[in-house]
Write a protein that binds this ligand. Structure first.
Ligand code: DGL
Length: 247
């Protein structure tokens, strides 16, 4: 006996693909922006691309770190993300132009820069903690000129701090934070965390810089703003459940 032939009405169901966001850095500094993306869009697929053999990028020349950043970005792009977040200030200030030239317009590239604009809006005095390659870069100087005019600014190169965070080397973190705190004037009220690795040890930085009897120190990272910008570039909304980010 043969089964009756059954015809099914055809129905096309289109599922919108989940948004896929890639993040790149020399190392685990990208976790700050990764957490921020996750807060805004818990459903997002994430691709993380790092350079364990080349980390740290901070002491490298602009040419050298641009080459490394392009290689790390290529590895991320191979996973076909909808957007690429450069979760690294150092790579952004030196290699964003090269990254955009290579990947846009097909793949929007979102950079991370020291949060000088919101920090300066508080009036300062402020300190910008960043890698040696970011400190003194033309990009950072331009941000200071554009957004911190009239605000006392101290640029603090933090030798060894990103590397110490990467390796969870407690004594090296203490030594690097102590050295950077010594270069930070006592009257500073605001610190810009101009390297994504520093966002992972923000409370240790606060403890080292906060002076007794002074108003609570304000820290400015970039992760929340960068995650929000990535969604804007994609025309995506935060999930309704997304809690506002706070520091
Ligand atoms: N996390 C990177 C930044 O924001 C750099 C760390 C490194 O020196 O490799 O600048």
């Amino acid at each position: 006996m043969s089964l009756p032939h059954r015809t099914c009405p055809r129905r096309l169901i289109v599922y919108r693909d989940r948004v896929k966001i890639a993040l790149m850095d020399s190392g685990i500094g990208l976790l700050a922006a990764t957490a921020a993306v996750r807060r805004l869009r818990p459903d997002a697929d994430l691709v993380l691309s790092l350079d364990p053999d080349g980390m740290p990028w901070g002491p490298r020349t602009p040419e050298d770190l641009t080459e490394r950043a392009l290689a790390v970005a290529e590895a991320a792009a191979a996973r076909r993300p909808d957007a690429l977040i450069v979760g690294c200030n150092t790579a952004t200030v030196h290699a964003l132009t090269a990254l955009r030239a290579r990947f846009e317009p097909d793949l929007p590239v979102i950079g991370t820069v020291p949060a000088i604009k919101p920090a300066a809006a508080g009036g300062g005095p402020l300190a910008i903690w960043a890698t040696p390659a970011t400190t003194g870069s033309t990009y950072q100087r331009t941000l200071i000129g554009d957004f911190a005019d009239g605000v006392p600014v101290t640029e603090v190169p933090c030798w060894g701090l990103a590397e110490a965070v990467e390796h969870a080397d407690e004594s090296a973190i203490d030594a690097a934070v102590t050295a950077a705190a010594a270069l930070t004037p006592d009257e500073v009220t605001t610190v810009v965390l101009g390297c994504t690795h520093y966002e992972l040890v923000a409370e240790r930085i606060r403890a080292a810089v906060q002076r007794p009897g002074r108003p609570p120190l304000v820290l400015h990272g970039s992760a929340g703003a960068v995650a929000a910008q990535a969604l804007r570039r994609l025309g995506e909304q935060p999930a309704p459940s997304a809690a506002p980010t706070a520091r």
